[in-house]
Design a binder for this molecule. Sequence first.
Ligand code: SF4
Ligand code: SF4
Length: 378
Amino acid sequence: MFKFKINNIDSNLNVSKNFIKYGNKLIFLNTNTIQDNRLIYLKLNSNCNISCTYCYQSKDEKKSEEVNLKNYELVLNKELKNSDNDFVLFGGEPFLRSNGDKIQYIFDLLPENKKITFYTNACYTSYFNDFLYNNKNKIKELIITIDGPEQIHNSRRRMKNNNSYKVIMENIKFYLQKDLPFSIQVNLDKDNVESINDLLQDIERRFHPSTFDIVLNKVLHTNNTLNEIRLLKLFLDIKERYPTFRINVNSVVLAKIKNYITNQGISRSRCKAGKSLVLDFSTRQIYTCPQSTGTHVGFLDFSKISILEEELKDVFNYCNKLENKCSDCLYVNFCKFGCYIDRRDIFKNCIKETTDEIQFILDNFDKFFELKLSKTAK
Ligand code: SF4
Ligand code: SF4
């Protein structure tokens, strides 16, 4: 039972009986499992036009042979038309000159009701701007990753003979002029977290920050990873200091608690690994976590995809915390554990960390959730 206040009224959250007590009112919460679409990542290559000091893909197999996507027309048509699939295009960096025709080919096959999300370092020259503008109706969102203000960003994201930060800022100007959908993901760890104010001030000087989203995201799988509560505190602090910004935070625990108390439902899974498929056209392998080719779950042929069901199930079970002490844990629907790549860490202080994080979120309920509980909960 977690005790906290909503609008200064004493409240409790009971995660074993699934209710919130708000003053004298009992509000029962929806415990249906949230059903998501399958994410299909279309990976054209592992090549990139910049080098990041922490790149998790630096050891990936790099194939220089030319991929002819037309050979995969049957596979692409089948997957792109499947209404249960959502699509992400990533690399390496997707917007390399050599990928232009391939991305156009995917756009041409894409059904009218589908759009694609892109992860990009936005360090391409103006070559891709007209291309993106001409295909604007096929783009769900361009997610641009930035590591800090100019000096910090450029030291972590090195672009040969160019200033990657300036190139990004020019491209953002273009997106705003042409109304292209985009958001900025700020990658944070212990080394660059102190520089976030300089970055936000620079963004404020250049643009109207109320017109796009900025997401705080912690770099994972390093010794410098930020503590979750520190990230959440930073988020609240920035929300207060920059009220005109549209700031969000990538926090698994916060997202899960928000879904729960707003009656969207619950989910045991850490992420979509075990369900997602990364179709790597350059190696013809299929894996299920976009951050690790080590999560191999199948093979890509010209006419079909072949899935190794046992391997896929193994990752799914881990990410859904089905095969260990988590089965009896009260916090299985809220904790951030279950990353298949970090699997050795799952039991370390996990319950204490999770309850501290939930309590922190509830202690700041009014700041995190700009909602009227009586309107959103049944
Ligand atoms: S808090 Fe720990 S024991 Fe509980 S579900 Fe998460 S990882 Fe499992
Ligand atoms: S397995 Fe880990 S790295 Fe991969 S998507 Fe899930 S949380 Fe992210």
